[in-house]
Design a protein around this ligand. Structure first.
Ligand code: ZN
Length: 216
């Protein structure tokens, strides 16, 4: 019996060693961060509870369709000028000026107190906000919610203006004033455009200089 079992037992031992070597090698290969993707690294569920459809991971959301630069996109919207009865030829670019510890990143449009301020585009009134610097302000989203139009230092809002209101280009939103940190003797509209972030928060964005949309 021993003579017969000997080779058989040896075969089993050798087989186990080979199997163990394969497993260990496999583990080492994975642990060492092999660049080659392992097919089972991102398992896809093949079965789902009845009536449930596979959901794409959050990162699979299609990016918003953006073609051309922000200025080209905004130019295509043919924005109205935000202050009524204003000679656009007189507009100067104050976007890059310093304002204390921060860049201005807006246009200051001087006009007599009480001059009408109008929506530059269609879109929703996202927020009516009073801030230390901006005073009485309006944050308006464009219809695609890609950009936010910001109007500050208003003397007062247009009657009935409310958050959520759908504005049309040219609609009255308020009047030029000096609320916030505007010099009391220099009523003006502080106007700028923000490109909103992916979460579309009215208080978060990257300023876009509107000057070239009105002057070339
Ligand atoms: Zn300003």
């Amino acid at each position: 019996m021993r003579a017969r079992l000997g080779p058989f037992a040896t075969g089993i031992v050798v087989g186990m060693i080979v199997l163990l070597t394969m497993i260990v090698t496999g583990l080492v290969t994975r642990a060492s961060g092999d660049k080659k993707p392992i097919a089972t690294a991102t398992p896809t569920p093949t079965t789902l509870p009845a009536g449930q459809v596979p959901q794409p991971p959050p990162t699979a959301d299609p990016p918003p369709v953006v073609e051309g630069t922000d200025l080209e996109l905004l130019a295509a919207r043919h924005l109205a000028f935000p202050v009524a009865d204003w000679d656009v030829a007189k507009l100067t670019d104050t976007f890059m000026e310093g304002r204390g510890d921060h860049p201005h990143e807006a246009l200051d449009i001087l006009a007599p107190r009480g001059t009408a301020v109008v929506a530059v585009d269609d879109g929703m009134v996202k927020r009516l906000f009073t801030s230390v610097r901006g005073g009485l302000t309006v944050y308006q989203f464009d219809p695609t919610e890609t950009y936010c139009y910001y109007y500050a230092h208003l003397d007062r809002y247009a009657p009935g203006l409310a958050e959520g209101a759908k504005l049309q280009k040219g609609d009255l939103i308020g009047y030029v004033g000096t609320t916030g940190n505007a010099p009391p003797q220099t009523p003006h509209l502080h106007f700028t455009i923000f490109k909103l972030g992916p979460e579309r928060r009215w208080w978060e964005g990257t300023a876009v200089n509107p000057f070239r949309l009105y002057r070339n």
